[in-house]
Every structure is written in C-alpha cells, then in structure tokens.
Design a protein around this ligand. Structure first.
Ligand code: SF4
Length: 470
C-alpha cells in the first residue's frame, strides 16, 4: 500500500518559526503521505527558548549550532541546523534567494521542491508532483530553473495545519506478494496507547484538530502489545481527548473490519464515518496470487456491514490492475465489483514489479498496453460513480474543516468534510464572504453545487462537535 506515493527528498520552506508544534504537525503530515525517506534540515534564527522547544518537539534530532555545513548560515547572523536521518530546511525568503544555500544543501541530497511563503498550501502539491517535478541531482548543483518558489509574496496561511497525522504502528506482518513494505519497514510494531495520547496532547497546542491515526495495517493495532489493547480501545481513549475534534482511521485491512471495530466507531461520534479499505482486487484467483484473502462476495459483505450500520459512510478503496496473470475475465470481475459497490472514492494503480517480491517471479506479465487500457477503463467507471456519490450531498449541510485559502477563483476557502481525507480525495470549495477563518477551524456549510469530483458550499456558521453529521 502507498508504495506508489511520490518521493520527496528535500523541502525548503520560508517560515518564521514561532511554534515548533506547527512544524512537527507539517512534518508528520508529509511523512504520512510518503513511505520514501524524507530529508529535512531546519535552519532558523534561534534563541534559547526556541531551542528548548525544538528539542522537545524533535527529540530524535541532533542540534548543530551555528549553521552546520559551510555556507548554510548564508545571509543569517545566527542559525541552527537540526540534522538527523530526517532533515528539513525552513529558510526565510532572503536565505532561499541565496544560491549558496541551495548549492551547499544539494550536495548529498536531491531537491525536488523549494517552497516559499505559503508552504502549507504548496506541500500538498509537492507531494503529488514528487516524481513529475524536475529533480536536482544530489551530486550536482541546483539549477535556478528547477527550483520553484510557491506562494511567494502572499502569506496564504501561516496558521497550523488542520490535520495531525499520528502514526500508531509501523511495519506489516502480512505478506502481499507485490509489496516491499514488510521487508523495508520490518514486522508490525504498535506504539503504546499512552504514547499516542501524549503525542496528541503535546502537539495539539490546545487546539481541536482532525487527528488521523495511521498505520499500514491499522486494524491490527495492538496485536503485539503486552496489554493486548486493540484498535477499539485506542479509539475510545483518543476520542476522550478534548483536543480531538474528528478522528480518522487510515488504513483498515478487510479482515480487520469486524463487529468490535464498528461498535467502537458507533459509540464515538468523533470518528469520521470514513472507511479506507484497500481491497486491491475482487477476483479470488488474483487475490490468491497476491497472497490476500477474500473474494468479491466477502468484500461486498464487509461494505454492506458498514453501510447498514452507517448509511452516511464514505467508503474508499484501492485496486490494482495488470497484476501478473490477470485475465480479461478476472479484470471483468473487478469491473463488476467496482460498478456494484459504488465506492465513494477509489485509487487505482497499475501493477509494477518490485525486485525481490514473490510477485516478480510469477511470470505471465500483463502487457503494458493491456494494463494501461484496463487502468483507463476502471477509472472511467469510478469517475462516474464518484460524481454520482457527490451529487447526493447537494443541498445538505456538512461540518467542514478548513484547510486553507482557496486557489480556485471565486471561492474563499477550501476544506473537507468527514467524507474526504487529506490529499487523496476531493475537496469542498467554500464561499465565506466577510468571514475570517483560518486553517483548522470547523464550520457548517451547505453544499450548493458540484465541480467535477469536488463540492462547492457556503459557510453558514461554526461547526458542531461530531465528525459524522450531515
Ligand atoms: S497489508 Fe499487504 S500491501 Fe499493505 S503493507 Fe502489508 S504487505 Fe503491504
């Protein structure tokens, strides 16, 4: 899962750092959206107070006073480089404009994007464009044309992000034949719930947030913990925190969607009725070759168990086409499945062989042109369904979390309801004339129209607690 995410090597942001919790939330957000190692360097003017906060927010980082690598202090009188395996550079506009900084920084790193003022808005784009972006080779010197400053001159949003990603477990004990994650990330390891709760409290800065619990296989949370606490009890614990306005769960493996989990979601209105379940395929024979359980009927039963309990539920899935040996009949079964289940959102990937995976040795590769044609077909089906699912919300009032200022002309803000996760799903463009709102605030909005797969709405007031209301 998610191995298809864009890689980001270095992001440089112009930022006057007042609260390290804001930065950490942003870093977490980036980490949550890519499994590729992130390279971060932080360079700022500092004082003892900021340094103490930095050590608290990034306990794993090494502090290198006064600039670090030669030239990194550049135009700065004072600076601090925080270096570790994960390093980010946050510079002010003067420093970003200083080519020496970039040349020094690029040695040993590859630079995909440089973000200026308004980096929060640019971050998402940088993630999505990762591979497409012109990359500055780590061993070379950055070329001016390859560096894009987004949002320069316009402080789109200097407030904290709306969402806090909290990784609650890492690794995976499953053995999907196409996936390298178990080999790269190791066996499944859950963090104790006390640590998760502490992190949310510490990083929220007293705000109420959308908290996103994240793991490759979230439904297995706690399987390795001595106290045997599992995802339902973690949900209860996290939802009891005042800092949590919405709780979103990413990603639920099909076998993990059981009665105990649905009971926990039902008794906690803060949990978004949003289910991201990567079914990957519907044909039993393909799933068998993938090393994954289930078939179209068992998958459909899971979706039905969700929709019968939560009629408003948004269900997202991920499917893979062109898996070795996938016949036209097997693919047709996947098409019927997608048509029948009418997922609110769906991600589709074309199989791509990864070295040292069992799938790489299966043979019977699907020709590229056939895989491409199937990919187009499945997306065409789903586009229609997503538009239809969105139309259902016309005229309804939803609670929306504001992500920031809209870059679409004619709208003031952009946000999401319980049925849209950050980055991967649609958004809601909002008109909010005369209203001052910033990222992270919750509002009530009436959906007035649809723009492609996105919705359009008008702000009617501040939100009420409870992620799932519509
Ligand atoms: S569940 Fe399967 S696809 Fe997802 S991380 Fe584990 S092995 Fe990979």
């Amino acid at each position: 899962m998610r191995s298809n995410c864009a890689e980001i090597s270095v992001i440089i942001c112009a930022y006057t750092l007042n609260r390290w919790s804001d930065l950490l939330a942003a870093v977490q957000s980036v980490r949550a959206q890519t499994l590729a190692p992130l390279q971060f360097i932080v360079v700022i003017d500092y004082n003892d107070d900021l340094l103490a906060q930095a050590r608290e927010a990034f306990p794993e980082l090494t502090v290198v006073p006064n600039g670090g690598p030669k030239g990194l202090s550049g135009a700065r009188n004072t600076g601090v480089a925080l270096a570790s395996a994960e390093i980010v550079a946050f510079l002010d506009d003067d420093a970003v404009a200083d080519a020496t900084w970039l040349e020094e920084l690029a040695k040993g790193y590859s630079v995909d994007n440089v973000l200026g003022v308004g980096w929060q808005a640019g971050l998402e784009k940088a993630l999505l464009q990762g591979h497409a972006a012109e990359t500055v080779s780590g061993s070379g010197t950055p070329r001016a044309g390859s560096v894009s400053l987004t949002g320069s001159g316009r402080n789109v949003d200097s407030s904290p992000g709306a969402s806090m990603f909290v990784r609650v477990a890492d690794g995976c004990d499953r053995a999907c034949a196409f996936c390298t994650i178990p080999a790269i990330r190791g066996p499944y390891r859950s963090r104790p719930s006390s640590e998760v709760v502490d992190e949310i409290r510490r990083l929220s800065g007293g705000r109420q947030l959308e908290v996103i619990l994240l793991a490759q296989d979230l439904s297995s949370y706690g399987i390795d913990l001595a106290d045997r606490s599992r995802l339902p009890s973690l949900i209860d614990e996290v939802c009891s925190l005042d800092e949590v306005r919405w709780l979103r769960l990413l990603y639920l493996q099909p076998e993990g969607v059981d009665r105990a989990l649905l009971d926990a979601i039902e008794r906690n209105p803060k949990v978004c009725r949003y289910f991201d379940i990567p079914f990957q395929h519907a044909s039993e024979s393909v799933l068998d070759r993938m090393g994954r359980p289930g078939d179209a009927r068992s998958h459909a039963a899971i979706v039905e168990s969700i929709r019968s309990r939560f009629p408003e539920a948004a269900v997202r899935t991920t499917v893979m086409v062109g898996y070795p040996g996938e016949t036209e009949e097997e693919f047709a079964e996947l098409e019927r499945f997608v048509e029948d289940l009418r997922f609110d959102w769906m991600g589709a990937f074309r199989y791509s062989s990864e070295e040292n995976t069992p799938a790489a040795g299966l043979g019977r590769e699907v020709p590229d042109e056939v895989a491409a044609e199937r990919y187009g077909r499945i997306l065409d089906i789903q586009d229609f369904i997503e538009a239809e699912r969105g139309a259902f919300f016309a005229g309804r009032e939803l609670e929306v979390v504001v992500d920031g200022v809209s870059e679409e002309e004619g709208y003031d803000l952009v946000g999401r309801s319980y049925r849209e996760a950050p980055v991967v799903d649609g958004v809601i463009y909002l008109r909010a004339p005369g209203v001052t709102l910033s990222a992270g605030e919750f509002v009530r909005a009436v959906v007035t129209a649809q723009e492609g797969l996105d919705l359009v709405g008008e702000v009617r007031g501040t939100g009420e607690r409870g992620a799932s209301r519509d």
